[in-house]
Every structure is written in C-alpha cells, then in structure tokens.
Design a protein. Structure first.
Length: 277
C-alpha cells in the first residue's frame, strides 16, 4: 500500500495551482504545484550580413523569444486522487491536439473529410512565475512538448476491479512557448523627454498609469515590488531608463532599431557611430 501524502494547508489555494486552459474549447485542467524544476529562457535572434573588409558582420535584430520549461510531480494521497490525477494527465495530453470541423458529408467516420478548425493554443498561469505582467491573467502560448512518467518505485493502486494500475506519483515535464498579448519592448513615454532634454523610455507602454507601472515592475515575473509597484514618488511612476550616449555625441549608442529598418540607413548609422568612438 502506498504511503499517504500530506499536503501543505495552502496547497488548494488557486494561487498555488498550475492552471492550463485549452483556448479553442475553453476546457481547463489544474495541478498542484509540486514543482521540481523551472526555467524561463529568453533568446534573441540577430541576423548577420558579411561585409568585405570587416571582420564583424553587420547585424540586424530580428526578435527575442521566450520559452518556459517546467517540471513537477503529480502526487496522489489515495486511489481516488490517483484516478483523478490520471484523468488530469489524459486531459493535458488531449490539449496538444487541434479542433476539427464537423464532417463535411455528415456522420462521424474518418472517411468524411474534416478540416482543421483551430490550433491547440493554450493559456497557462502559475503564481508569479507564469502570468501576464499587465493584469495578472494567464499567459498565451503553446506546448512544444509534454511528457509524464509514473514513479514506479513509489507504488501504485489497483483500479477498476483490480484490472488497471493507477500510480501514486508521476513526473511531468512541459515546454511552453509564450506568445505575449502585450507589447514587449521599450517605447518613448508620453512625456517624451526628461528635465535634461533626453528621451525617456518605458517598457511596454508609453503612458505612466498604474497599469503601465505594473508592466514595468513585473515583467516577466511579479513579486519584485508587489503586483502594482510602489515608488518613492507615485506621481512620477517607475524609474526611467534613457538611451545610452557614452561618447556624448548626441547619437544613441544603438545603430539598429529592428525589423523594417532600411539596411543602407542601418549601415550608414553604424559607420557614423564607429567613426566617432
């Protein structure tokens, strides 16, 4: 008989559950957060162009992507919870599949053509580590992969009149590609310039509202300064970051601003900056 697992008293609080929603069907599944691993990986893509006579390529920024990798245990205290956990794992597996239209010719057989109607996009939320930085809601994305494996050494229960194994513990690993629903990048604030005349930037939003302050202080993870950050002067908002100009030539020390920049202009701007440094 498997040992009984004692859960912390706060474990059933919604803030400590892992919430996953299948967007096309709005079906949901929740797991207790017996977290065993967490990685939030940010990777930037730069495209290099070789130039004759230069040892360094000319680089154009493309994007910064975000992938969350989580692993956690799904643990049962008794046979009833073990069966419920297996149902939850089955549901999460089904979330990897798309929604199809009704058969064109009627009926339900596979011979009748069915068209893919909606991709298996998901929403996920877990405490301060996985949530929308603007309003604390779920992050949108999709699963790159999902695996689960029973911990056979821990033991199992016998279900359905002793015909089926249901295991007391499973290890789950998933990889979640984040598709942000808010702007991820720096924009000029509504005020435009500081007292010294330099341009002031804010992350994600130009306005200096409380919502904007929340995005500044809580992307990508909340908890650094509370859900709505508190600053020494609440009327000013979050600390501002100005464009670096280390050689004081009036030109920002960044020559490339992103996709859509004319390559000729980008090269000229880089040459202008490198000549003055």
């Amino acid at each position: 008989m498997a040992d009984r697992v004692k859960q912390p008293t706060f474990f059933n609080d919604s803030n400590f559950l892992i919430h996953i929603t299948h967007i096309p069907t709005n079906k949901k599944v929740e797991f207790h957060s017996w977290l065993t691993g967490f990685t939030d990986a940010f990777s930037s893509t730069w495209q290099g162009t070789p130039v004759y006579g230069r040892m360094d390529d000319l680089y154009t920024f493309a994007k910064t992507g975000r992938v969350i990798t989580m692993s956690f245990d799904v643990v049962a205290a008794d046979i009833n919870e073990a069966r419920l956990n297996q149902a939850r794992l089955n549901t999460l597996t089904q979330f990897l599949y798309p929604v199809y239209s009704n058969p064109v010719a009627g009926g339900s057989s596979r011979e009748n053509s069915q068209v893919l109607k909606a991709a298996p996009l998901l929403k996920m939320k877990f405490n301060s580590l996985v949530r929308n930085a603007v309003d604390g809601s779920d992050l949108v994305g999709f699963l790159n992969g999902f695996t689960y494996a029973p911990n056979i050494e821990v033991g199992q229960f016998f279900a359905n009149k002793d015909k089926d194994f249901v295991y007391q513990s499973h290890n789950v690993q998933l990889t979640f590609n984040v598709l942000h629903t808010h702007l991820t990048g720096w924009v000029q604030t509504e005020g435009g310039q500081g007292a010294d005349g330099k341009v002031i930037y804010s992350f994600g939003r130009a306005d200096q509202s409380r919502e904007a302050a929340s995005l500044n202080g809580n992307f990508p993870h909340a908890g650094a300064s509370g859900y709505v950050p508190k600053y020494p002067n609440p009327d000013v908002g979050p600390p501002q970051i100005t464009t670096p100009d280390l050689n004081n030539d009036g030109v920002a020390d960044v020559w490339q601003t992103g996709i859509g920049t004319n390559q000729t202009e980008a090269e000229a701007q880089q040459e202008k900056i490198t000549k003055k440094t």
